[in-house]
Design a binder for this molecule. Structure first.
Ligand code: ADP
Ligand code: MG
Length: 140
């Protein structure tokens, strides 16, 4: 099924010069980038993005991290792109992530794991609309 998902290259990935590496993998997999922008979230905006995680032990630290520098937000389109992009990212716990995945290769701790990807069509719809208006999605 053709889907869209929200991808973020997190502040650690941007700061470490991994934008090209991540986009190379996205394009190499045949995912279509239908929207892209650089965003520097405030802490309040980061908390709003991760609102489903409110109350978790890592929530404050996550919001601090996500507002610590610019990120790249992208909308990817493709067949089963939600699951396939998450497979490309690797598991949340990077030490358990499969060999060759972005997180296994580049994450440096549980929080600084370089990339974000939506985990369901419902979260994708919320997350895409958090960053992009309908008119910003090319070819929609
Ligand atoms: P994913 O990004 O794989 O969808 P989650 O939605 O569970 O993972 O968590 C969102 C983000 O919160 C993670 O990518 C990571 O940056 C951070 N995070 C999750 N769990 C932890 C943890 N135990 N300690 C520190 N940071 C965490
Ligand atoms: Mg998640």
């Amino acid at each position: 099924m053709k889907e869209t998902t929200l991808s973020i290259i997190k502040p650690d990935g941007v700061a470490r010069g991994l934008i090209g590496e991540v986009i190379k993998r996205i394009e190499g997999a045949g995912f279509k980038i239908v929207a892209m922008k650089m965003v520097y979230m405030s802490k309040k905006q980061a908390k709003g993005f991760y609102v489903a995680h409110r109350g978790r032990s890592y929530f404050e630290g996550l919001a601090d991290f996500m507002s610590s520098g610019p990120s790249i937000a992208m909308v990817l389109e493709g067949e089963n792109v939600i699951a396939r992009y998450r497979e490309m990212m690797g598991a949340t716990n990077y030490e358990a992530a499969a060999e060759g995945t972005i997180r296994r290769e580049f994450a440096t701790d549980g929080r600084k794991n370089v990339v974000h990807g939506s985990d369901s069509p419902q979260t994708a719809a919320f997350e895409i609309s958090y960053f992009f208006g309908a008119l910003e999605l090319v070819g929609a």
